[in-house]
Design a protein around this ligand. Sequence first.
Ligand SMILES: Cc1cc2nc3c(=O)[nH]c(=O)nc-3n(C[C@H](O)[C@H](O)[C@H](O)COP(=O)(O)O)c2cc1C
Length: 382
Amino acid sequence: MADDLRCYNIADLRERARRRLPLGIWEYAERGVEDECGMARNRAAFEAITFRPRVLRGVEKIDTSTEIFGKRVPFPLAVAPTGAAGLMWHKGDFALAHAAAKAGVPFIISSASTMDLEQIAEAGGRQWFQLYLWEDRSLSHAVVERAWQFGCEALFVTLDLPVPPNREYIQRNGFGTPFRLNARNTLDALTHPRWLMGVMGRYMLEGGIPTQANLPDRLRAKVTKGAPPGALFKQDDLDWDGARELRDRWPGKFVLKGILHPDDAERALAMGADGVVVSNHGGRALDCSIGTMEALPSIVEAVGGRMTVFLDSGVRRGSDVVKAVASGADAVLAGRAPLYGLAAFGEAGVARSLDLLRAETARTMAMLGARSVAEAKAALMD
Ligand SMILES: Cc1cc2nc3c(=O)[nH]c(=O)nc-3n(C[C@H](O)[C@H](O)[C@H](O)COP(=O)(O)O)c2cc1C
């Protein structure tokens, strides 16, 4: 049996990923910010929700599919944007996108990806693009135009990092930007030879460690150097007018990611957004923010049915997907779950993570007596 098939849940994939990655990369993928209360709160909010199942409903056939932006998806989940997937696996962004395409699951390309979006688009399937704004706004506008040109049907603008987050472990591990080789991170890499050879070694053979690939060649700084002027993400000056400008520039579906307040969701609707992501960045932005499952109901009440409501941060089980949908979300995004699969086994591991989440979603629905997503939506209410 292939090793990835010996992982029976996301926690198994997580453990494999932890063992494979150097501590500095592992902590970057896994950890939150400051005291990591936000991550715990996200999970606690999922765990606080219980189902009251119905019986004798004939659950031989379960249809987990649903419609997102007018097209069917096999179950209510898309792969969240995660920059630096390329540090977990050689050409990790492509592996994520390709596994998602094969599973029929939409994939969101991160603007911080280490592969150019054109190369990722070659993976096929349904792709969306996530935007952080570079200080030089013309760079962002150019990237967004390319995303449209290469077939991305939706733009997700991430709003929950108006300033850089406080990730102290990054400094401690010596994995900051610019990257500086020191005794600690050298030893860390050397003691993870499979990662060193399979990921770093392959990049070295190809000419160097990848960096912000969505920038024009002249601005792609080496990881050991700081970004050139204008090429740093900077959106502390972004406001609703700026968001409106982006909306007007983008011909496709437009989504604001990182919404936790119903008033902001209403404003998003009023300015012409097609969706919001109820998200606290997986507990990686503001440590003391509300758990996303706690924030969801009032946002659904404010805008549900009039725009697409996604939820992320803490999805680790199919039952979490069902809880989110039953609480009014149209779909969830999964960030770390597919990343664990990627870091452990590459594309096969991503496929495994999506298979597991889908199978668990179907099983939970059957247990609940919900034969369709519409019936699952009613599961907490009747
Ligand atoms: C390693 C890592 C990198 C991320 N990079 C981005 C990014 O580039 N853009 C973005 O909008 N969100 C990014 N996120 C946040 C995810 O899109 C998503 O909101 C979060 O991972 C959801 O929580 P979960 O990991 O518990 O599923 C990243 C998350 C992780 C774990």
